[in-house]
Design a protein around this ligand. Structure first.
Ligand SMILES: [Zn+2]
Length: 234
Protein backbone atom coordinates (compact mmCIF):
# COMPACT_ATOMS: atom_id res chain seq x y z
CA UNK A 1 0.00 0.00 0.00
CA UNK A 2 2.80 2.37 0.87
CA UNK A 3 4.29 1.80 -2.58
CA UNK A 4 1.03 2.63 -4.31
CA UNK A 5 0.67 5.75 -2.21
CA UNK A 6 4.20 6.82 -3.13
CA UNK A 7 3.56 6.22 -6.85
CA UNK A 8 0.33 8.19 -6.65
CA UNK A 9 2.05 11.05 -4.90
CA UNK A 10 4.80 11.15 -7.51
CA UNK A 11 2.30 11.00 -10.38
CA UNK A 12 0.25 13.84 -8.95
CA UNK A 13 3.40 15.93 -8.44
CA UNK A 14 4.54 15.34 -12.02
CA UNK A 15 1.09 16.25 -13.33
CA UNK A 16 0.97 19.42 -11.27
CA UNK A 17 4.46 20.40 -12.35
CA UNK A 18 3.67 19.87 -16.06
CA UNK A 19 0.42 21.81 -15.72
CA UNK A 20 2.41 24.63 -14.11
CA UNK A 21 5.00 24.45 -16.91
CA UNK A 22 2.26 24.59 -19.54
CA UNK A 23 0.66 27.55 -17.76
CA UNK A 24 4.00 29.41 -17.65
CA UNK A 25 4.60 28.59 -21.31
CA UNK A 26 1.27 29.86 -22.58
CA UNK A 27 1.67 33.11 -20.64
CA UNK A 28 5.32 33.70 -21.41
CA UNK A 29 5.95 37.04 -23.09
CA UNK A 30 9.31 36.15 -24.54
CA UNK A 31 9.06 32.51 -25.54
CA UNK A 32 6.84 30.26 -27.61
CA UNK A 33 7.32 26.87 -29.23
CA UNK A 34 7.06 28.02 -32.84
CA UNK A 35 7.61 31.30 -34.64
CA UNK A 36 9.04 34.60 -33.59
CA UNK A 37 7.80 36.45 -30.50
CA UNK A 38 8.93 39.98 -29.76
CA UNK A 39 8.42 41.64 -26.37
CA UNK A 40 10.95 44.46 -26.80
CA UNK A 41 13.85 45.50 -28.98
CA UNK A 42 17.42 45.02 -27.81
CA UNK A 43 18.85 48.49 -28.41
CA UNK A 44 20.71 51.38 -26.78
CA UNK A 45 18.61 53.94 -28.60
CA UNK A 46 15.95 55.63 -26.57
CA UNK A 47 13.02 54.69 -28.77
CA UNK A 48 9.89 52.95 -27.51
CA UNK A 49 6.53 51.82 -28.89
CA UNK A 50 3.20 52.68 -27.30
CA UNK A 51 0.65 49.92 -28.00
CA UNK A 52 -3.06 49.88 -27.28
CA UNK A 53 -5.04 46.63 -27.11
CA UNK A 54 -8.72 46.00 -27.93
CA UNK A 55 -11.11 48.48 -29.52
CA UNK A 56 -11.86 50.48 -31.46
CA UNK A 57 -14.87 52.07 -29.79
CA UNK A 58 -16.71 55.39 -29.84
CA UNK A 59 -13.83 57.22 -28.12
CA UNK A 60 -11.61 57.04 -31.23
CA UNK A 61 -11.83 60.79 -31.95
CA UNK A 62 -10.67 61.60 -28.45
CA UNK A 63 -7.83 59.08 -28.43
CA UNK A 64 -6.67 60.34 -31.84
CA UNK A 65 -6.81 63.96 -30.74
CA UNK A 66 -4.76 63.23 -27.62
CA UNK A 67 -2.14 61.32 -29.60
CA UNK A 68 -1.95 64.12 -32.14
CA UNK A 69 -1.40 66.69 -29.39
CA UNK A 70 1.40 64.50 -28.02
CA UNK A 71 2.77 63.99 -31.54
CA UNK A 72 2.84 60.20 -31.17
CA UNK A 73 2.22 57.46 -33.73
CA UNK A 74 0.97 54.43 -31.79
CA UNK A 75 0.22 50.80 -32.59
CA UNK A 76 -3.36 49.61 -32.15
CA UNK A 77 -4.06 45.88 -31.82
CA UNK A 78 -7.72 45.84 -32.82
CA UNK A 79 -10.43 43.22 -32.29
CA UNK A 80 -12.26 42.13 -35.49
CA UNK A 81 -15.71 42.24 -33.88
CA UNK A 82 -15.07 45.80 -32.68
CA UNK A 83 -13.93 46.89 -36.16
CA UNK A 84 -17.24 45.55 -37.51
CA UNK A 85 -19.07 47.56 -34.87
CA UNK A 86 -16.99 50.74 -35.37
CA UNK A 87 -15.76 50.66 -38.99
CA UNK A 88 -15.43 54.44 -39.30
CA UNK A 89 -13.39 54.65 -36.11
CA UNK A 90 -11.03 51.99 -37.47
CA UNK A 91 -10.68 53.97 -40.71
CA UNK A 92 -9.84 57.12 -38.75
CA UNK A 93 -7.01 55.33 -36.92
CA UNK A 94 -5.59 54.25 -40.27
CA UNK A 95 -5.97 57.69 -41.83
CA UNK A 96 -4.17 59.31 -38.90
CA UNK A 97 -1.12 57.18 -39.72
CA UNK A 98 -1.11 54.80 -36.76
CA UNK A 99 -0.06 51.18 -37.07
CA UNK A 100 -2.83 48.59 -36.95
CA UNK A 101 -2.29 45.06 -35.62
CA UNK A 102 -4.52 41.98 -35.37
CA UNK A 103 -5.85 41.02 -31.91
CA UNK A 104 -8.16 38.21 -33.22
CA UNK A 105 -11.82 38.43 -34.16
CA UNK A 106 -13.59 37.51 -30.93
CA UNK A 107 -10.87 38.04 -28.28
CA UNK A 108 -10.96 34.57 -26.73
CA UNK A 109 -8.05 32.77 -25.12
CA UNK A 110 -6.35 31.09 -28.06
CA UNK A 111 -5.57 27.88 -26.22
CA UNK A 112 -6.92 24.45 -27.08
CA UNK A 113 -8.67 25.82 -30.16
CA UNK A 114 -8.91 24.03 -33.50
CA UNK A 115 -6.63 25.08 -36.37
CA UNK A 116 -9.63 26.20 -38.43
CA UNK A 117 -10.95 28.32 -35.55
CA UNK A 118 -7.58 30.03 -35.17
CA UNK A 119 -7.22 30.59 -38.91
CA UNK A 120 -10.69 32.11 -39.11
CA UNK A 121 -10.09 34.40 -36.10
CA UNK A 122 -6.93 35.80 -37.65
CA UNK A 123 -7.85 35.97 -41.32
CA UNK A 124 -11.28 37.49 -40.80
CA UNK A 125 -9.65 40.24 -38.74
CA UNK A 126 -6.91 40.78 -41.33
CA UNK A 127 -9.63 41.31 -43.90
CA UNK A 128 -11.45 43.86 -41.73
CA UNK A 129 -8.17 45.72 -41.18
CA UNK A 130 -7.63 45.85 -44.96
CA UNK A 131 -11.20 47.05 -45.46
CA UNK A 132 -10.40 49.91 -43.07
CA UNK A 133 -7.72 50.92 -45.58
CA UNK A 134 -4.59 49.69 -43.80
CA UNK A 135 -1.79 48.70 -46.17
CA UNK A 136 1.23 47.87 -43.99
CA UNK A 137 2.34 44.52 -42.58
CA UNK A 138 -0.24 43.35 -40.02
CA UNK A 139 1.46 42.31 -36.79
CA UNK A 140 -0.35 39.97 -34.39
CA UNK A 141 -0.91 40.02 -30.64
CA UNK A 142 -2.79 37.17 -28.89
CA UNK A 143 -5.60 38.05 -26.44
CA UNK A 144 -4.39 37.87 -22.83
CA UNK A 145 -0.92 37.13 -24.22
CA UNK A 146 -1.95 33.47 -24.33
CA UNK A 147 -0.54 31.26 -27.02
CA UNK A 148 0.16 27.60 -27.11
CA UNK A 149 0.77 25.07 -29.88
CA UNK A 150 -2.04 25.75 -32.37
CA UNK A 151 -1.72 29.53 -32.45
CA UNK A 152 2.08 29.85 -32.64
CA UNK A 153 2.14 27.06 -35.20
CA UNK A 154 -0.33 28.92 -37.42
CA UNK A 155 1.65 32.16 -37.00
CA UNK A 156 4.97 30.54 -37.88
CA UNK A 157 3.46 28.77 -40.90
CA UNK A 158 2.20 32.13 -42.15
CA UNK A 159 5.40 33.96 -41.33
CA UNK A 160 3.64 36.22 -38.82
CA UNK A 161 5.38 37.92 -35.93
CA UNK A 162 3.82 37.70 -32.46
CA UNK A 163 4.19 40.97 -30.60
CA UNK A 164 3.92 40.98 -26.81
CA UNK A 165 5.25 43.68 -24.44
CA UNK A 166 7.69 44.30 -21.61
CA UNK A 167 5.87 47.14 -19.79
CA UNK A 168 2.33 46.35 -18.62
CA UNK A 169 1.16 48.50 -15.68
CA UNK A 170 -2.36 47.07 -15.78
CA UNK A 171 -1.24 43.60 -14.74
CA UNK A 172 -0.70 44.80 -11.17
CA UNK A 173 -3.95 45.75 -9.35
CA UNK A 174 -2.20 48.28 -7.11
CA UNK A 175 -0.73 50.00 -10.18
CA UNK A 176 -3.83 49.64 -12.39
CA UNK A 177 -6.11 51.32 -9.87
CA UNK A 178 -5.60 54.86 -11.19
CA UNK A 179 -3.88 56.89 -13.91
CA UNK A 180 -1.80 58.51 -11.15
CA UNK A 181 -0.20 55.14 -10.39
CA UNK A 182 -0.09 53.88 -14.01
CA UNK A 183 1.97 56.80 -15.33
CA UNK A 184 4.85 56.61 -12.78
CA UNK A 185 5.02 52.82 -13.28
CA UNK A 186 5.45 53.28 -17.04
CA UNK A 187 8.07 56.01 -16.60
CA UNK A 188 10.01 53.87 -14.15
CA UNK A 189 9.94 50.57 -16.07
CA UNK A 190 10.40 51.74 -19.66
CA UNK A 191 13.85 51.18 -21.14
CA UNK A 192 15.33 51.61 -24.63
CA UNK A 193 13.38 49.38 -27.06
CA UNK A 194 10.41 48.82 -24.71
CA UNK A 195 6.97 47.90 -25.97
CA UNK A 196 4.41 49.46 -23.62
CA UNK A 197 0.92 47.93 -23.36
CA UNK A 198 -2.12 49.94 -22.27
CA UNK A 199 -5.84 49.20 -22.61
CA UNK A 200 -6.62 52.82 -23.38
CA UNK A 201 -10.10 52.19 -24.84
CA UNK A 202 -11.49 51.07 -21.50
CA UNK A 203 -10.81 54.38 -19.69
CA UNK A 204 -12.89 57.55 -19.52
CA UNK A 205 -11.79 60.35 -21.83
CA UNK A 206 -10.31 62.26 -18.89
CA UNK A 207 -8.21 59.27 -17.89
CA UNK A 208 -7.20 58.63 -21.51
CA UNK A 209 -5.91 62.20 -21.75
CA UNK A 210 -4.11 62.04 -18.43
CA UNK A 211 -2.33 58.78 -19.24
CA UNK A 212 -1.30 59.61 -22.81
CA UNK A 213 -0.24 63.19 -22.05
CA UNK A 214 1.81 62.29 -18.99
CA UNK A 215 3.45 59.16 -20.42
CA UNK A 216 4.39 61.21 -23.48
CA UNK A 217 5.69 64.13 -21.43
CA UNK A 218 7.57 61.99 -18.90
CA UNK A 219 9.28 59.79 -21.45
CA UNK A 220 10.16 62.71 -23.72
CA UNK A 221 11.78 64.43 -20.75
CA UNK A 222 13.87 61.31 -20.26
CA UNK A 223 15.00 61.58 -23.89
CA UNK A 224 12.72 58.97 -25.44
CA UNK A 225 11.05 59.15 -28.84
CA UNK A 226 8.00 57.15 -29.89
CA UNK A 227 7.74 54.85 -32.88
CA UNK A 228 5.25 52.28 -34.11
CA UNK A 229 6.19 48.65 -33.41
CA UNK A 230 7.13 48.09 -37.08
CA UNK A 231 9.38 51.16 -37.07
CA UNK A 232 10.94 50.01 -33.80
CA UNK A 233 11.73 46.58 -35.26
CA UNK A 234 13.30 47.89 -38.46
ZN1 LIG B 1 -6.98 42.24 -25.45
Amino acid sequence: MKKIAAILLISVSVLLLSAYGLYKLMNACTFQLFGEVVSSLDTNQKTVALTFDDGPNDKADHVLHTLEQANIKATFFLIGESIEKYPEEAEKLVQAGHEIGNHTYSHQRMIFKSPSFIENEIEKTDQLIREAGYEGEILFRPPYGKKILGLPYYLSQHDRKTITWDVEPESYPEVAKSPETIVPYVLQHTKPGSIILLHIWHYSKEKQSYIIENVAKGLKEKGYTFQTVSQLLQ
